[in-house]
Design a protein around this ligand. Structure first.
Ligand SMILES: NC(=O)c1ccc[n+]([C@@H]2O[C@H](COP(=O)([O-])OP(=O)(O)OC[C@H]3O[C@@H](n4cnc5c(N)ncnc54)[C@H](O)[C@@H]3O)[C@@H](O)[C@H]2O)c1
Length: 313
């Protein structure tokens, strides 16, 4: 049995990761300040003697004993990370610095949940790990994008100068149950609008593309990367590309009672026009590729939001 720290374990991906780690028989310490994470995501594990929750802000250093650190703590959706850009940068930069300091001290392997946003509005399609990106350092998404870029730089710095055992995962759009309703992410937006009987809002003309990875595939990729000796960065995401309009129409088809249509709004500043991971490296190094097709993953996601919105009423 290993002891594994998961920062951001109260959030969407983190709570699914904890579930998988507990199922594997590991002991898990979850560190989270519950900024976007919710107690309900954590309370489901509290009866497990191998689980421990520490409410902690990773901007402040902490001492723990563990063999592995999955470092996921950071708000991930624009409404949350733009709420306080300085805090977002502090979480990415100081938080990663603190977790790397801990990893160095206790000789743990540390995995950073980085993001496809390091590619910004990409000029190369699909994006391989060798692409350096096209990020506006003073745009509204910069606190997140540049924070993660700096976090990656810290990871390789600690690897090269301090011998820390690091791994960088560049996560592309991931969806599934336990996403927060109203967080502005396109999958949750569309599902919640359809369930409330509202028209689905498409920003731009809907021709911009995204690829959507179901959360169980993402968790599998993260664990494989941690269990490898690779430091990455390695792209993890689903390479099947959909236009935003295709996604909206799929959601409408799957929630037939919604009886709503589509409305169009202006495209946000610096919104990438296309995004698709090149996952050749993950296939080769980790023998990993997503297995859950969009409609199959949308089913439990819609069921989850149905329950969440029902509870709100
Ligand atoms: N979901 C995606 O599509 C996606 C895509 C790319 C990258 N990622 C990355 O994966 C990670 C998890 O994303 P998610 O979708 O689960 O987001 P989330 O917002 O659901 O989870 C993030 C968690 O981090 C916690 N947190 C934030 N700041 C903290 C701080 N200072 N100290 C301690 N805890 C803090 C939050 O409370 C929350 O529980 C993030 O690092 C994100 O950047 C996610």
């Amino acid at each position: 049995m290993k002891t594994v720290v998961v920062t951001g374990g109260g959030g969407f991906i983190g709570s699914h990761l904890i579930e998988a780690l507990l199922e594997k028989g590991e002991a898990v310490i979850c560190l989270d300040n519950l900024f976007t994470g919710v107690k309900k995501n954590i309370s489901r594990f509290l009866a497990n003697p191998r689980f421990e929750f520490i409410r902690h802000d990773i901007v402040v250093p902490i001492l723990l004993e563990a063999e592995e650190i999955y470092h996921l703590a950071c708000p991930a959706s624009p409404v949350h990370y733009q709420n306080n850009p300085i805090k977002t940068l502090k979480t990415s930069v100081l938080g990663t610095l603190n977790m790397l300091g801990l990893a160095k001290r206790i000789q743990a392997r540390i995995l950073l949940a980085s993001t496809s946003e390091v590619y910004g509005d990409p000029q190369i399609h699909p994006q391989p790990e060798t692409y350096c990106g096209n990020v506006n350092p003073v745009g509204p998404r910069a606190c997140y994008d540049e924070g993660k870029r700096a976090a990656e730089t810290l990871m390789v710095g600690y690897r090269d100068y301090n011998g820390v055992n690091v791994a960088i995962a560049r996560i592309f759009n991931t969806y599934g149950p336990r996403m927060v309703p109203n967080d502005g992410r396109v999958v949750s937006n569309f599902i919640c609008q359809a369930l409330r009987g509202e028209d689905l809002t498409i920003y731009g003309d809907g021709s911009q593309t995204r690829s959507f990875c179901y959360v169980s595939d993402m968790v599998d990729g993260l664990i494989r990367l941690m269990e490898s000796t690779e430091s990455g960065p390695v792209n993890l995401g689903n390479p099947t590309e959909f236009t935003i309009e295709e996604l909206a129409r799929t959601v409408l088809r799957m929630i037939p009672e919604s009886n709503t249509g589509l409305v169009y709004g202006p495209l946000p500043v610096d919104d990438p026009t296309q995004r698709r991971p090149d996952i050749a490296l993950a296939k080769r190094l980790l023998d990993w590729q997503p297995t859950v097709p969009l409609e199959q993953g949308l089913e439990p996601t819609i069921a989850y939001f149905r329950e969440e919105l029902g509870e709100d009423q």
